[in-house]
Design a protein around this ligand. Structure first.
Ligand code: BTN
Length: 247
């Protein structure tokens, strides 16, 4: 294992289009390595999942891209998603945030409201992930949110206090790093913990797929990351854009 994977270097930008775009640009120029943590006080073109925008007020929140070189087969990429989701959940536990759930694949909710989102983008060569850019947006000190698909919240709204962004970043990265090292050593399986904290796991709820609306129950997640849902007695597996949560 490359020892540089143990020491994260940090780059902070005042303003950037998107920390993920910046990370890929620097990787293309071969002027950056994994493991690097890039943060920005403001993004004017923040990227969300499924081609959506990610809005975040200047200086209020954490906009992070972590570049790692996990050298794993692309078939195992969902493990990285689980690793990030579990790290965020455990970090929020240390801050005593209650009601934290992971919404498949890796949104983080507090009492049903989104507090953090994750966008992982990989560069792949011969089926191996050479670099993974793990984009994480955490709502920390923002007080007002426009309502998009789902209501949003922040640590400040939940815990009624402001957070030092630098301290929050340091603490989160420390935790992430410890899980990442276990992951590289192959010492950990996140599946059980992931399911334990999965939003809606085992609970009937309204979904919509290509065939229409239905009351279904999440039964599990496949190693590929597909969500397994009981749809009227049939076990179905869904990729990211194939299923909508209606609640
Ligand atoms: C989502 O839930 O839709 C994913 C949001 C990911 C946002 C983060 S903020 C830092 C990084 N840079 C980006 O442009 N996006 C991710």
């Amino acid at each position: 294992m490359d020892s540089s994977e143990f020491q994260f270097q940090f780059i902070h930008l005042n303003s950037v289009s998107s920390t993920n775009i910046y990370a890929f640009e620097r990787l293309r120029q071969k002027s950056i390595r994994g493991a690097t943590v890039i943060t920005a006080s403001f993004q004017d073109n923040g990227k969300g999942q499924a081609g959506k925008d990610w809005e975040s007020e200047r200086n209020k929140n954490l906009n992070i891209s972590i570049i790692v070189s996990p050298k794993i087969n692309v078939e195992h990429q969902f493990k990285l998603s689980q690793l990030v989701a579990i790290s965020l959940k455990k970090w929020l536990d240390t801050l005593a945030v209650e009601g934290v759930k992971i919404k498949w694949p890796n949104d983080i909710l507090v009492n049903g409201k989104k507090v953090a989102g994750v966008l992982i983008e990989n560069s792949v060569l011969k089926q191996q992930i050479t670099h993974s850019v793990i984009g994480i947006g955490v709502n920390v000190n923002q007080g007002v949110f426009e309502k998009f698909d789902r209501p949003a919240t922040s640590l400040k709204l939940e815990l009624k206090r402001n957070y030092d962004l630098k301290k929050a970043l340091t603490e989160f990265i420390k935790l992430f790093q410890s899980y990442y090292l276990l992951f590289l050593k192959g010492d950990v399986n996140f599946q059980q913990d992931y399911l334990k904290h999965l939003f809606g796991y085992g609970v009937p709820q309204q979904f919509q797929d290509a065939e229409g609306k239905f009351l279904g129950v999440i039964l599990g997640v496949l190693p590929s990351g597909k969500l397994q849902v009981n749809r009227n007695g049939k076990l179905k597996s869904y990729g990211l854009k194939e299923l909508k949560f209606l609640d």
